[in-house]
Each structure stands twice: as structure tokens, then as C-alpha cells.
Design a protein around this ligand. Structure first.
Ligand code: F6P
Length: 319
């Protein structure tokens, strides 16, 4: 029997539990003992490692968050912690590790791989900011949450004849804003990829105001600008009564959509299969309809492809 482990790290994402469940069940199919590492790399350094059973992963597939817990742990960039982590895994005879998270998580996996642990990364983040994959586990659930929230804002905006400026998450990636903005028929979308153009933003809102629309929506990626200030500018320069809303961490919770559950299942099964063939140092990805693998180093350095076309079309998709 070989021993493998799974951990979740960085910001949690809906679908992580489905991935954990699949890794455990597939692991048993391939004849592995499967261990769970609690609280990400921080827990790994502290030795928070427990063997998992079918029972540990029952009734979790529809739950958001991660039953293993997660943590932000920038200290893991330091070699001394990586060595402790590798030692803790080796004490349990664990030589294969599946990590679920974003690019910070993959950097940790690359380090551990260099210490002789076969690591496979699964992209799990609501931001969809992993260049090697078309979509990450959790992105579509967070997107649906954002869309549902903006639909609600639209109801009240309509009643009061107001404009809504809505900030969504995404860190440095505009995908949540882009897709949500298209899905709700927003007036304007501001993302890191498209940049902030004050004149164009105000012109778009002005256009709707002049056409006597009872509501308008501007969707903005976090960290781009102060949404309250933008709301004030719209009031002052367009005359449209405006409110700003920061959606925040509600976007990270909730039951994963069917798509995220299926994606998590397919990617996890693929990851366990890689370990069964003694292959590590990879990140699993979705390209078109296919689940593929990419070297961790390549995954960390390549440029994002999938949304670029849509950013180019944004003028056509949001009129
Ligand atoms: O990476 C996921 C994410 O939700 C980002 O969208 C956001 O910038 C960040 O995590 C928030 O991090 P934290 O939960 O640590 O505040």
C-alpha cells in the first residue's frame, strides 16, 4: 500500500470538498491509503495529518468551503518550513501529495516536489486566475453568487431609479467582473485587463440615464478603485442617484454548482491517476473539453489565454 495525502490552501473555493471526496475514493480504488492534511501548508508544518476514510468524506459533496480547512501561509516560501513539511510527510510514509488552491499553493507544491514528494496541483480558486486552465474549481459557483446578488441589487435600483456600482472579487483577475457584468447586462465593466477609464465609464452611465433607464449597473474588480468614490462621482457628474456595494466574501461560500462538482471530480480523478503512475510535478487543467496536465513550473509562468478574447469583445457584449 502506498500513502498519498491531500491539502487545500489559500482562499477556499466551492467544489474543494467534492475534490477531496474524489481523491479519497479514487485513492482507495488505486490501492492507496489517503491522508488529509488540515489547514493547508501551515497545518502540514505543524504535522496536522490524519488518515481519511470513506466516512470522513461522506455527505460533503454539496458543501461549500473545505472540510480540511485552509490557511494563508506566506512563510512556506522559506526553505526551513518546506523541509519540516517534507519530513512530516515522510514520517507518515507519504510520497504523493495533491494540493488544491491557486498559484501560491502551486509554488508550495513545486518546493515540496524538489524535496522528493510527488506533488500534483488542482486549480481551486474563485478568481479563475490560473493561466494553465480554462476554468478553476469554484469560479462558476462564485460567478452565480455574484450574478444572483447583482440581480437583487437591480430590483431595488429599478424601484428607486438608481445606478449600482458593484465590486466583485478576483484579486488581479477580471474574470468574475467580466462574466458577471455580461450576465447581468451591466452598463460598464472595469477590470485590471481593461483598465479604468473614467470618461468611458461616465459616458456609459450617462447614456442609460439619458435614455431614461430606471437602473444601471457598473461592475468593478476589487483593488481597482474606491467604489464609494466612483458612486459619488456618478452622482456629481451624471446626476444619477448611485449606491456602491462590495460583495466580498459571500462570493466564496455556498454549495458548488453542478459544473464545479463535475470539474472537481474529473480533475481529482486525473490527479490520483497521475500519482498511480508515479507521476508528480504537475498541475491538472481544463483545456476546451479535455482534462490535461502541465508541468508546475510551466503553469506558474505561462500567460492566460481563455478570457483574452472575451475582454476584446467586451464592447460588443456590453452595450
Ligand atoms: O483568492 C480568492 C480571494 O477571495 C480573492 O478574490 C481575494 O482577493 C482574496 O481571496 C481575499 O483573501 P482573504 O480571504 O485572505 O481576505
Amino acid at each position: 500500500m502506498r500513502n498519498i495525502a491531500v491539502l487545500t490552501s489559500g482562499g477556499d473555493a466551492p467544489g474543494m470538498n467534492m475534490a477531496i471526496r474524489t481523491i479519497v475514493r479514487s485513492g482507495f480504488h488505486y490501492g492507496f491509503n489517503v491522508y488529509g492534511v488540515y489547514n493547508g501548508y501551515k497545518g502540514l508544518v505543524k504535522g496536522e495529518i490524519k488518515q481519511m476514510t470513506r466516512e470522513t468524506v461522506s455527505r460533503i459533496l454539496n458543501r461549500g468551503g473545505t472540510i480540511l480547512g485552509s490557511a494563508r501561509y506566506p512563510q512556506f516560501l522559506e526553505e526551513k518550513y518546506q523541509k519540516i513539511a517534507a519530513k512530516n510527510l515522510k514520517e507518515h510514509d507519504i510520497d504523493g501529495l495533491i494540493v488544491i488552491g491557486g498559484d501560491g499553493t502551486f509554488r508550495g507544491a513545486l518546493a515540496l516536489h524538489k524535496f522528493g514528494i510527488k506533488c500534483v496541483g488542482l486549480p481551486g480558486t474563485i478568481d479563475n486566475d490560473i493561466p494553465s486552465t480554462d476554468y478553476t474549481i469554484g469560479f462558476f459557483t462564485a460567478l452565480n453568487t455574484a450574478v444572483e446578488a447583482i440581480d437583487r441589487l437591480r430590483d431595488t435600483s429599478f424601484s428607486h431609479r438608481r445606478c449600482s456600482v458593484v465590486e466583485v472579487m478576483g484579486r488581479n483577475c477580471g474574470d468574475l467582473a467580466l462574466y458577471a457584468g455580461i450576465a447581468v447586462g451591466s452598463e460598464f465593466i472595469i477590470t485590471p485587463e481593461t483598465g479604468y477609464d473614467k470618461k468611458k465609464t461616465l459616458d456609459a452611465v450617462k447614456g442609460s440615464y439619458r435614455r431614461n433607464k430606471r437602473h444601471a449597473v457598473v461592475v468593478v474588480t476589487e483593488n481597482m478603485l474606491d467604489v464609494n468614490k466612483l458612486a459619488k462621482t456618478i452622482v456629481e457628474e451624471v446626476g444619477y442617484e448611485t449606491r456602491a456595494t462590495v460583495l466580498g466574501h459571500v462570493q466564496r461560500g455556498g454549495n458548488p454548482t453542478a459544473f464545479d462538482r463535475v470539474l472537481a471530480t474529473e480533475m481529482s480523478e486525473y490527479a490520483v491517476e497521475l500519482l498511480s503512475k508515479d507521476i508528480g510535478g504537475k498541475v491538472v487543467a481544463l483545456r476546451g473539453m479535455d482534462i490535461i496536465d502541465v508541468g508546475i513550473e510551466d503553469a506558474l509562468t505561462m500567460e492566460k489565454q481563455v478570457s483574452n478574447k472575451r475582454y476584446g469583445l467586451v464592447g460588443k457584449l456590453v452595450r
